[in-house]
Design a protein around this ligand. Structure first.
Ligand code: ZN
Ligand code: ZN
Length: 241
């Protein structure tokens, strides 16, 4: 109670800055009302791969690709479409170390997840290779995942999955090239005991990394792998199954 009062007083005295325009933001959502209303929420999306679908699509719809050939993971959920200004915010967080974006972005994800009851035993952020981690200084997926697990009261596991080989960007590669690129890139610890796992990434683009990780987790005994991500690119790309 006392803590909540202090928080309320703090938010009145020091209101947050809107991550988009820099004006005064609303204390609950960080953004100003205008920028928040303009965010590209991904409410109408394929329930398996989170591909944005037309707003007339029924809830629980599948995209054409998932109807023909479902991905290895059980379902994917994203808060946003990867379009302006979301792409600028995520780039700023990753490449300009704007760590003050972690909390507003995590809050958007938490609000999106409140619609689901199917919580996993553990949340695993997609790991960076140690070299990339040293360069960047932090793993943006891990930083956001920390706040999600704290809010949802589930375990955070950033040790069981490791990126053991650096991989060049997937952009421009064929399906075969992506598969080759990711071969032996990750390792899953034998100590992972969970049967329902969520992989968390900042953006779903080709889905190749998440598919490869799902394959490894399922092979290691996990029964259900779901994907959560902040944003999904609106263009359909084939998953490699
Ligand atoms: Zn704003
Ligand atoms: Zn789909």
């Amino acid at each position: 109670m006392v803590y909540k009062c202090i928080n309320n007083i703090q938010s009145i005295l020091f209101p947050p800055r809107c991550p988009c325009c820099g004006n005064t933001g609303e204390s609950e959502i960080f953004f100003c009302a205008g920028c928040y209303a303009g965010l590209p929420f991904n409410h109408h999306a394929c329930r398996r791969c989170a591909l944005p679908l037309p707003s007339r699509a029924a809830t629980d719809s599948l995209c054409g690709r998932c109807t023909r050939s479902p991905p290895l993971f059980h379902q994917a959920l994203t808060a946003l479409r990867y379009e302006a200004p979301v792409n600028h915010m995520i780039s700023s967080l990753k490449f300009r170390q704007r760590l003050q974006l972690v909390e507003p972005l995590a809050k958007l994800m938490i609000d999106r997840l409140n619609v689901t009851q199917d919580l996993p035993e553990v949340l695993i952020p997609v790991p960076l290779h140690p070299t990339r981690l040293r360069e960047r200084g932090f793993n943006q997926s891990l930083e956001i995942a920390r706040l999600l697990t704290k809010d949802l009261l589930i375990d955070l596991d950033w040790r069981s999955v490791k990126r053991v080989r650096p991989t060049p960007a997937q952009t421009g590669l064929s399906e075969k090239g992506r598969r080759r690129n990711l071969r032996s890139a990750f390792a899953v610890s034998e100590e992972l005991q969970a049967s329902h796992v969520v992989l968390f990434d900042d953006v779903i683009t080709t889905g190749a990394t998440l598919t490869e990780l799902s394959r490894l987790l399922l092979r290691s005994g996990v029964k259900q792998v779901d994907i959560w991500a902040l944003a999904r690119t609106p263009v359909q790309t084939p998953f490699i199954c």
